[in-house]
Design a protein around this ligand. Structure first.
Ligand code: C2O
Ligand code: CU
Ligand code: CU
Length: 517
């Protein structure tokens, strides 16, 4: 796989245009398809071969400000978007928030996104959890410079579910996401509509992020230097949907809440303060087969869970808090509130929690589990500073021999968190959890094993793991080995897998895997 960064000059030479709108001819090498630089603010059309998409969106990353705390506005970076063609509902703003607008798409739709980078540094957008071709995956080698535009073309192939988008430039994903660049990407399909879940005003996003502010209401990132890099950024204030002290007014009826842990590194142990169990209906890759009851849910960075919450038995005026319970997660020792639900209006509804949410949505795993040796990924502290995967750190275009897979293959991958066995810093201690993410697909979690040394920390979070259903990110605790089952379908090329603790990722705890046809 070759990677070629093209500069503005290269591009202009390549297509022979000196200004105004640029036309990308369809005879460009495959590697350059999808990449278009704009001259000034003109947006260039995508390669002809893609035809007219069902939905076309202009998306940009800009610097701005927003009111988060009382007093001075906070400087943020944000995604702004507008629908160029297709249904207006394809985008939905999150009022008062720095979060990007919610993409609302249907399975089967073809999409074109024109992403313009109006930041003062390079960036690129990644569609987290979506099964898209490599050119549309937002790999750091495709990052564009300030003023440039990148055109994404893809079809929505995924099941209905809660996906999201965020930046992915090498070494700068952590700060860019932290300053506000993130948004949800929701997919609907027929199977899900047939279930009859709460919809519209009763289907709500809950994006959880931790932040740290200075006395002037400005965001602080990286204030603890090396500590932040090794541990990952940990804030002292929880925001929900970009707002502080989040209050959610509800009616006396059932709701669908879509939770995303959009934090850089914080792991949450979520529970209702009054002990009411949580009813989980979906994970990263959409609906579970059946609803699941949990006393608490463990949500690692990048993970999503969807909850069915019925407020119909609650008295008017009642306030119910979603809280973080103490656990062995880094800086997770105390109870703190996430948000407060306020039962505000009386309303009756006829929706009921279905016993069955989806059918036959998991692969038959028996063959792969019994007959295949897992591909091993060892997670450890490197000899210098920094976290490694199989002893390596990120290289922009390299995939090692043991990182090459075959298109169409079903494989078992095993992530082994080697805490306690390394020799570097923290090697003797218990190390840190790593939420491991694989680009371009959804996988199944098929087995967990934990060492006796890791057991007591593991016990503080493990009842909250939702391992059922489809996932793109799995938490691997210190001393733990987790096996996942994945299949490489439809697209070949270079994809990423990495720790989704964004500071770990930025420091190089990320590698490519190459799907060969
Ligand atoms: Cu959510 Cu490679 O990222
Ligand atoms: Cu991803
Ligand atoms: Cu990590």
């Amino acid at each position: 796989m070759t990677s070629k960064r093209i500069t503005r000059q290269d591009f202009i030479r390549l297509v022979g245009v000196g200004g105004g709108a640029l036309f990308l001819s369809s005879c460009l090498p495959e590697d350059l398809q999808g990449k278009v630089l704009s001259a000034g603010s003109k947006i260039a059309p995508a390669p002809q071969s893609y035809g007219a998409p069902d939905v076309e969106i202009a998306l940009k990353a800009v610097e701005g400000e927003t009111q988060i705390l009382p007093g001075k506005a906070t400087g943020v970076w944000q995604y702004l978007a507008e629908v160029l063609t297709g249904p207006a509902e394809s985008l939905k703003a999150v009022p008062g928030s720095y979060l990007g607008p919610i993409f609302n798409l249907e399975k089967g739709q073809t999409v074109r996104v024109h992403f313009t980078n109006e930041l003062r540094e390079e960036s690129i957008v990644h569609w987290h959890g979506l099964h898209v071709p490599v050119e549309a995956d937002g790999h750091p080698r495709l990052a564009i410079q300030p003023g440039e535009t990148y055109i994404y073309n893809f079809s929505v192939l995924d099941r209905a579910g809660t996906y999201w988008y965020h930046p992915h430039p090498h070494g700068r994903t952590g700060p860019q996401a932290y300053y506000g660049l993130a948004g949800l990407f929701l997919v609907k399909d027929e199977e899900e509509s047939a279930v009859g879940l709460p919809a519209g005003d009763y289907d709500l996003p809950i994006v959880i992020q931790d932040r740290r502010f200075d006395g002037d209401n400005q965001l602080i990132y990286g204030g603890r230097g090396m500590m932040d890099q090794m541990m990952g950024f940990l804030g002292n204030r929880v925001l929900v949907n970009g707002l502080a002290d989040y209050r959610l007014p509800v009616a006396t009826r059932p709701y669908r809440l879509r939770l995303l842990n959009g934090s850089n590194s914080r792991i949450y142990k979520l529970a209702w303060e009054d002990g009411t169990p949580l009813t989980v209906i979906a994970t990263d890759g959409g609906l579970l087969e059946k609803p699941l009851q949990k006393d608490y849910v463990t949500l690692a960075p990048a993970q999503r869970v969807e909850l069915w919450v019925d407020f119909s038995e609650r008295p008017l005026g009642e306030e119910l808090r979603l809280v973080n319970l103490p656990s062995a997660a880094p800086d997770g020792g105390v109870v703190f509130p996430i948000m407060t639900v306020v039962v505000e209006r009386e309303e009756s509804a006829t929706v009921h929690l279905p016993g069955q949410l989806s059918r036959h949505n998991l692969r038959d795993e028996t063959d792969a589990v019994n007959q295949r040796t897992p591909r091993e990924f060892s997670l450890a502290m490197g000899r210098g500073m920094g976290w490694t995967i199989n002893g390596r750190t990120f290289e922009m275009t390299a995939a090692a021999r043991d990182e090459i897979v075959k298109l169409g293959d079903l494989e078992v991958w095993q992530f082994s968190n080697q805490a306690g066995s390394g020799r570097g810093m923290m090697g003797g201690g218990m190390g840190l959890p790593h939420p491991m993410h694989v680009h371009g697909l959804q996988y199944q979690i098929i087995e967990r094993r934990v060492s006796s040394a890791g057991r007591s920390a593991w016990d503080t979070l493990s009842d909250g793991f939702v391992d059922e259903g489809w996932h793109d990110t799995v938490l691997v605790m210190p001393g733990e080995q987790v096996k996942v089952l994945l299949k490489f379908e439809d697209f070949s090329g270079l994809y990423l897998y990495h720790c989704h603790n964004l500071e770990h990722e930025d420091m190089g705890m990320m590698r490519n895997y190459l799907v060969e046809s």
